[in-house]
Ligand binder design. Structure first.
Ligand SMILES: *Cc1c(COP(=O)(O)O)cnc(C)c1O
Length: 469
């Protein structure tokens, strides 16, 4: 079983490169590569790791050193690196064809995958539109919702409502519905205006209330916005249950259900962006399932291929799909597509990912690990600079604060989140913070021993940076 250390695959990983190669690669990286979300001045001053291989829950650098992949290679790895079933599926697809276009042609894995996704998704979602990344899929969902209302004879529905702190990707439409000022404020002149509802962030409630006495006042505020703009809003877009990039902000129970009810009441479409929460991250295949909610548009990405290849999808209802049907000259066509839409290699990996969920009972075996993670996180709450520990399934945010009593954040220049993650790297785990929130998002396949090790490294690294002796 895959919860045992991966003995068979232990033999196979790449031999470490000679030291000189590593030095040359690092020099060339610094010479030629511009890294995402990275202050390159810092990068140039530091010693980067060059990953050459992976195995199960580990990343392996060019010198052969192994690191626990504590954030699933940016939230995507599900069954581990170099899983034999996923590897074989991609190889088998390579023996047939890597890519042909979905514009004017169908292809085998794109068809099979669409059928499988529809069978697994919340009820009512019957059509699948593919793209290559989460941001593009968000653009598709926004444009579909916008055009839908034109065909429905309500062309004045042109606005979107999103949450403060929302993250939906880095393209301009996705940034428009985003709500993280650090990333988004600079681009405001390029963006379309959006209605922003207060963030369901109980630790720092924007309404100054306390849960559960608040009775979900944040959802009421969203309802008030919808009431005030009832005839103008095309869709509400939310990250269900957890606002990931905002700092793993976990929503109070009932919030998503209330948002769905408000959308129904005002006749507005609901877009659920499950790019981060989908494929088991919250303990169920999709986060919406926890609240018995079916959105009108479901956005999937990240874990859809088990972390192997770039693929995303928008699932929608028969009603949305049907609104686009008509004579060609009516121009009701959805004029949108990407060159690699429905790529066979990516869809083959996604099919193998779904096979593994069934074959390995990934979600069943995840439940005790979620409990173990919860237990392991309890001691963190006693640390002097841990403000809040948030967990939903295998999504964890540990919010570090300068002062626990006042909840005052650290100043930006203290770079506490970055320093904790750098300390973790020295101890053998790769983490990536969100500001001063330390994120844990291990691969779902991680063993309980590996999980304990990841927790021990994280704990020691937080203590080292926030309580230096
Ligand atoms: C990562 C993410 C996106 C963007 O996906 P990309 O593949 O990086 O474009 C969109 N929405 C959510 C909720 C995400 O976490």
């Amino acid at each position: 079983m895959r919860d045992q250390p991966t003995a068979a695959r232990d033999q196979a990983h790449a031999a470490p490169a000679p030291e000189a190669d590593t030095a040359r690669l690092i020099a060339d990286d610094k010479a030629y590569v511009w890294h995402p979300f990275t202050q390159m001045a810092d990068w140039l001053a530091d010693e980067p790791l060059v990953i050459a291989a992976g195995e199960g829950s580990y990343l392996i650098d060019t010198t052969g050193r192994r690191y626990l992949d504590g954030v699933s290679s940016l939230w995507v790895t599900i069954h581990g690196h170099r899983h034999p079933v996923l590897d074989a599926a991609v190889r088998a697809q390579l023996d047939r064809i890597a890519h042909s276009t979905l514009l004017g042609l169908a292809n085998v894995p794109a068809i099979e995958l669409a059928r499988r996704l529809v069978a697994l998704a919340p009820p009512g979602l019957t059509k699948v539109f593919y793209a290559e990344n989460g941001a593009s899929a968000v653009e598709i969902a926004l444009k579909m919702a916008f055009q839908y209302w034109q065909h429905r004879g309500e062309p004045q529905r042109t606005r979107f409502l999103s949450l403060q702190g929302a993250y939906h990707g880095d393209t301009l439409g996705a940034v428009s519905v985003g709500g993280i000022d650090l990333f988004h404020a600079r681009f405001r002149p390029l963006l379309f205006p959006v209605l922003h509802a207060p963030q369901p962030y109980c630790y720092r409630c924007p309404l100054g209330k306390t849960h559960p006495a608040c009775e979900l006042a944040c959802a009421e505020a969203l309802g008030d916005l919808l009431a005030a703009h009832a005839s103008e809003v095309a869709a509400v877009i939310v990250e269900p249950l957890v606002q990931g990039a905002a700092g793993m902000i976990t929503q109070p129970p009932g919030y998503l259900r209330r948002v769905r009810a408000l959308c129904d009441h005002y006749g507005v479409l609901l877009i659920a962006d499950e790019v981060a929460t989908g494929f088991g991250r919250t303990g169920r295949l999709f986060a919406c399932e926890h609240e018995g909610v079916a959105p009108d548009l479901l956005v999937l990405g990240k874990g859809i291929t088990g972390g192997y290849l770039p693929l995303s999808a928008v699932l929608t209802t028969q009603a949305v799909y049907d609104a686009f049907l008509g004579d060609y000259t009516e121009l009701k066509t959805f004029f949108h597509g990407h060159t690699y839409t429905g790529n066979q290699l990516c869809c083959a990996a996604a099919l193998a990912n779904l096979d593994l969920f069934a074959q390995e009972d990934t979600l069943g075996r995840l439940q005790p690990k979620i409990a173990r993670l919860a237990k392991g996180l309890a001691p963190f709450r006693a640390l002097a600079h841990v403000g809040e520990v948030r967990q939903r399934g295998f999504m964890v945010g540990i919010e570090l604060v300068a002062d626990r009593a006042t909840r005052a954040p650290y100043p930006l220049e203290a770079r506490v989140g970055q320093r904790v993650c750098r300390a973790a790297r020295e101890r053998g785990a790769i983490l990536r913070p969100l500001g001063d929130v330390i994120v844990l998002m291990p691969p779902l396949c991680i063993t309980e021993d590996e999980l304990e090790h990841l927790l021990a490294i994280t704990y020691a690294s937080i203590v080292e940076v926030t309580e230096p002796c």
